[in-house]
Design a protein around this ligand. Structure first.
Ligand SMILES: Cc1ncc(COP(=O)(O)O)c(C=O)c1O
Length: 387
């Protein structure tokens, strides 16, 4: 895959290595949003069909991305917290059972479990990252597998950790969780779009994704996939659009006891958002053309040499098998101040995030080799002046 910088509008003096924070907007995606905005100048042209068709196309495009065979198992959500709340509301859990999450998980995949376990007198089991300099990812995965037991009711976790890209072996975790009858709920926000995620391979019970990072869409629109456990579940709200036959605007007050099929009962109200929805549709279509496996290999080719150099300089970076190529953390040699380093990076307009004691680097197909070299150069200078 070639560099796709020309599809974006990033200034040439900006080194943007922070897609895990928020993706930049592609020109085509921006244009789709502009068209949606302008359409409201002429509401008389908007037909009932326009409320449903783009959403259908979006479900289809996302189904293609994750290789799902029933697009109606996908629904539109405004945020991960919303999607996780749907899951939490529909999980039968009892006193003494456990919900298992990994340490330092993103808050939208923590608070709903904290509340659910408190209310149901179940317990929240958190598997923290091991404090070891080497082999941390492998050990963390082993500890997660060991922690899943007969009391585990749900395992709710990401594919790669948002703070430093540590990747989790969802296949093994699925197998173990199934052995004990636990549900697997995946937050795909930091992986889906940039790291292949095939439903068949991981067989989660639910997959929840924000749209504004690796799906490269706008803020405030995401997607969720729900498996058969959720087919008869209770939605968070009762949108008229989610009821059977809502396409017929003249019969909306013939109130319907039945929902649209599968996960469409969970779709957020006003899901036909005429600005955001076409944007996310456009970005997912582009991702389907690229293929997440090519995004991943592009990022890998970009990062390989810089990572080797950084290791020689004394920085710690997770082994390749236990981190994403699109998202990785750099831990500093002892004695160096991460905030001071961040200031120097900011001065050079190198955009990364600080998460805990690590610098989080998250490149994409708009990045080029010289940008990673600039990052390495800055880290090199920092070590030389502060070591
Ligand atoms: C792993 C992960 N999940 C979810 C989110 C966003 O959550 P929400 O859509 O609830 O704001 C983020 C944002 O950084 C994230 O990193």
């Amino acid at each position: 895959m070639q560099c796709q910088k020309e599809l974006f509008q990033l200034p040439s003096d900006v080194t943007y290595l922070n897609c895990a924070y928020m993706s930049p907007l592609m020109k085509q995606v921006e244009a789709a949003g502009m068209r949606g905005l302008a359409a409201k100048r002429q509401p008389y042209l908007l037909k009932p069909h326009d409320f449903f068709e783009p959403a259908r196309q979006l479900r289809e495009a996302f189904a293609q991305l994750i290789k799902a065979d029933t697009p109606d198992r996908i629904c539109l959500i405004p945020s991960v917290s919303y999607g996780m709340s749907i899951v939490a509301q529909n999980i039968p859990i009892q006193q003494g059972e456990e919900i298992l999450i990994v340490g330092e998980q993103f808050p939208s995949n923590y608070y709903c479990w904290e509340r659910l376990t408190r209310q149901s007198q179940a317990s929240l089991r958190i598997v923290p990252p091991p404090e070891v300099p080497h082999g941390r990812g492998q050990l963390w995965n082993e500890r997660i597998l060991q922690a899943i037991g007969q009391r585990t009711r749900v395992v709710a976790m990401p594919h790669v950790h948002w703070a430093d890209g540590t990747s989790f072996d969802l296949r093994a975790i699925r197998q173990r969780s199934r052995e004990v009858g636990a549900w697997l709920v995946v937050d795909g926000t930091q992986s889906v779009g940039a790291l292949p995620f095939h439903l068949d391979e991981f067989q989660p019970d639910a997959l929840i994704c924000a749209g504004y990072k690796w799906l490269m869409g706008p803020y405030a629109l995401g997607v969720a996939w729900f498996g058969p456990h959720f087919d008869q579940g209770v939605p968070l709200e009762e949108s008229w659009m989610n009821r059977a036959g809502s396409e017929n605007f003249s019969a909306l007050v013939n109130y319907q006891p039945h929902y649209q099929p599968y996960a469409r009962r969970y779709e957020v109200g006003e899901s036909s958002n005429f600005i955001l929805l076409p944007m996310l549709l456009e970005s997912i279509r582009i991702l389907n053309e690229w293929g997440p496996e090519h995004v991943q290999s592009y990022c890998q080719a970009l990062s390989e040499k810089p990572i080797a150099t950084l290791r020689r300089l004394g920085f710690h970076i997770e082994d390749a098998g236990y981190r994403g190529a699109h998202l990785w953390g750099i831990r500093l040699p002892t004695g160096l101040d991460v905030q001071q380093l961040k200031q120097q990076l900011d001065q050079q307009r190198i955009y990364v995030s600080v998460r805990g004691n690590a610098i989080r680097v998250s490149p994409h197909v708009y990045n080029e080799t010289h940008e990673l070299d600039k990052l390495v150069g800055c880290l090199y200078d920092f070590v030389k002046t502060h070591a």
